[in-house]
Design a protein around this ligand. Structure first.
Ligand code: ZN
Ligand code: ZN
Length: 77
């Protein structure tokens, strides 16, 4: 059985926890990158979304629904 850890702070989580008891981060269920299959996924905050729009302009609009980013390959989904 795999131990789940918090994607934000890396602490071990109780099996049925829906939030990290340490930092309050919402626990995502087995989130995997659709591109590389990596599980090293981080949620994209509203702030980084805005930064993405500022950086990529119109090209990011079609990806406005992306809510997570893969730390391994940088893929957003
Ligand atoms: Zn945490
Ligand atoms: Zn990836």
């Amino acid at each position: 059985m795999e131990t789940k850890v918090c994607a934000k702070c890396g602490k071990a989580l109780p099996e049925k926890a829906d939030k990290c008891p340490a930092c309050g981060e919402t626990v995502e269920e087995e989130l995997r990158c659709p591109k590389c299959g990596g599980a090293n996924i981080i949620p994209i905050s509203g702030m980084s979304k805005a930064a993405t729009v500022a950086k990529w302009g119109i090209f990011s609009i079609g990806k406005a629904k992306a809510e997570h980013r893969c730390r391994d390959c940088g893929h957003r989904f």
